[in-house]
Design a protein around this ligand. Sequence first.
Ligand code: GRG
Length: 289
Amino acid sequence: MTFNQVKIKAVEQTLRDALTPVSQYSKVLYESMSYSVDAGGKRLRPYLCLLSYELFRNDIDRVLPIAAALEMIHTYSLIHDDLPALDNDDLRRGRPTNHKVYGEAIAILAGDGLLTYAFELTGRAVVQHKMSPEIIPILAMKAGPSGMVGGQTADMQGDKAQKDSELLDYIHNHKTADLIEASILCGAIAGGANQEDLTRLKVYAVNIGLAFQIADDILDETSTAEELGKSVGKDLEQGKLTYPALYGIEASRQKANTLVNGAVEALSYYGSKASELVELARFIVERKS
Ligand code: GRG
């Protein structure tokens, strides 16, 4: 699948505009934030936000700041995840990691800056366009301690010797699936989705979120650093609790495919209007990077 480049360019322009330095004294902070945001990446979360919005409305300019905010939160999590105190990685999105270029202190601040700025952009869009304010606590909950940060904390404690499938699902559902779910729900709410819509989209989101992390675990064992633009084989090396570690590669692939089928089924109500979201669900398990 190729993502619609008009949409990707619109998100990237919104990010560039937002990350223009405001003062010479904080220039290095903006450079460091831009360094990781500009490094590329699939832009999956903003793309999901735009596609969910488009189930309900076509004027995507209204939601672009929220789509950009999702990419900022995702990029912050990658910068912090790569720090020596966490994963201690040298390569991300095909480039040296943020702390390798700017040092640990600025990398921490760049992550902090992206996270808080994301909420400024989201809050402003909600106020300006009179969107449901519910978007803000959903985003905070899915990114915060009961969401992505909680999942990351559990991940640090996960060891494959534990063979704990409940812990594994907690890690994947929160570390990865929660921000994917937030992207879909925030886009849909911004577009004016009702409760029944949100129930359907939640099923889609939870399924593709978990499938995405299973695919990521498989790629970590089967792909190369050149293909992925980040280090590979670390899960095995560190004895991490992952789907392949617990169930093997083949059963993990099957589980991911079953989840994608469930996701696609949840969108049948929308017919051809949801065709890009359906295609994207399939891409999640077929992707090579
Ligand atoms: C608060 C200290 C502190 C750290 C936060 C929450 C967190 C650190 C890290 C979790 C982020 C993480 C590494 C989640 C795993 C999800 C994942 C597979 C990320 C890669 O996403 P892609 O493939 O990346 O969409 P691109 O580069 O394409 O955007």
